[in-house]
Ligand binder design. Structure first.
Ligand SMILES: [Zn+2]
Length: 244
C-alpha cells in the first residue's frame, strides 16, 4: 500500500496534476479552482448549489476567513468567492489575502462580504470598491438593509459578465447608504427605493479581476435563474475564462 501511494505521488508530480503553478487559461485546461469562504453570517445551503458545475468549477470550502487565509493561496486557487462576514484578520492572514489578490487571481465578493474588514481601508476602498457602513462615518449615517424586497434589476452598459443576462426580477435583501467608490464600473442596477441603485459592479482594482454582487441573501436569490447566471459569469470572468 505504501509503495503504491508513493508511485501515485510520483505520477501526479510528473504529470503536473498536483501543485500546478500556472493557472489554466481556458476550459480545455480543466475546471477553475475556487475557494469559497463563509463564516460570521448564517446562510441556507442553497448557496452551495451556485457552484455545482462539474467540469467547470472545482471548489473547496473554508468555513471561516481564518481557515481560508492561514496559508499562501497562490497556485492553489484561481478565484476566491467571499460570502463571509468577518471583522478580524491577523497580519499573517492579511498578507496571504493580499498576496493572492495581487497575483492576478480573481475574486467574487458576494452580498454580506462587503461588511468585511471595515478597519482595513485599502481592502474596501481599492480592492472591493465599496463599504457597508456598520456605523455613521465621516458625517455619513450607517448603512441600512431590508429583507424580502421584490426588486427589478437591469444591466448597465456592456460587460462579459452580462452575457445572457437581461432585465430580471428577484426577491432579495437590499442595502442602502453604502459608500461606493466613484471608480467602480456598475454593471447592474435597480431603481428600488430601499437600494442604493448599483447592485453589481466591477472594481477598479488593477492587479486582479474583482466583482462585487450585492444580491444573494437567501434561497429565493440562490435559486433565481438570473442570479445564478450572474454569479456563474462573474466567477468565469474573474478566473479569466470569459471575455476581456
Ligand atoms: Zn443578507
Amino acid at each position: 500500500m505504501k509503495l503504491r501511494s508513493v508511485t501515485c505521488w510520483l505520477v501526479l508530480l510528473a504529470t503536473g496534476a498536483y501543485g500546478w503553478a500556472t493557472p489554466p487559461e481556458d476550459a480545455e485546461q480543466g475546471p477553475l479552482h475556487l475557494l469559497v469562504v463563509t463564516g460570521g453570517h448564517d446562510y441556507p445551503t442553497s448557496f452551495y448549489t451556485l457552484f455545482e458545475s462539474p467540469g467547470e468549477f472545482q471548489w473547496d470550502h473554508a468555513p471561516s476567513n481564518h481557515e481560508a487565509f492561514r496559508s499562501d493561496l497562490r497556485g492553489k486557487y484561481e478565484v476566491l468567492v467571499l460570502y463571509d462576514s468577518s471583522r478580524e484578520i491577523s497580519e499573517g492572514e492579511k498578507r496571504n489575502l493580499t498576496d493572492f489578490v495581487r497575483s492576478g487571481a480573481g475574486m467574487v465578493v458576494l452580498h454580506h462580504a462587503i461588511l468585511d474588514y471595515p478597519d482595513w481601508e485599502w481592502w474596501w476602498r481599492d480592492v472591493v470598491g465599496g463599504k457597508y457602513l456598520l456605523k455613521p462615518e465621516n458625517g455619513k449615517p450607517g448603512s441600512t438593509y431590508l429583507h424580502d424586497q421584490e426588486i427589478s434589476v437591469e444591466p448597465v452598459g456592456k460587460h462579459p459578465i452580462l452575457t445572457g443576462l437581461g432585465p430580471m426580477r428577484i426577491n432579495d435583501e437590499t442595502y442602502k447608504g453604502m459608500w461606493i467608490s466613484p471608480k467602480v464600473q456598475v454593471i447592474l442596477k435597480t431603481n428600488h427605493p430601499t437600494s442604493d441603485g448599483p447592485v453589481a459592479w466591477v472594481s477598479p482594482f488593477k492587479d486582479s479581476r474583482v466583482v462585487y454582487i450585492q444580491l444573494g441573501h437567501g434561497e429565493l436569490a440562490h435559486r433565481n435563474a438570473g442570479y445564478r447566471r450572474l454569479v456563474h459569469n462573474a466567477i468565469l470572468w474573474a478566473g479569466n475564462r470569459l471575455g476581456p
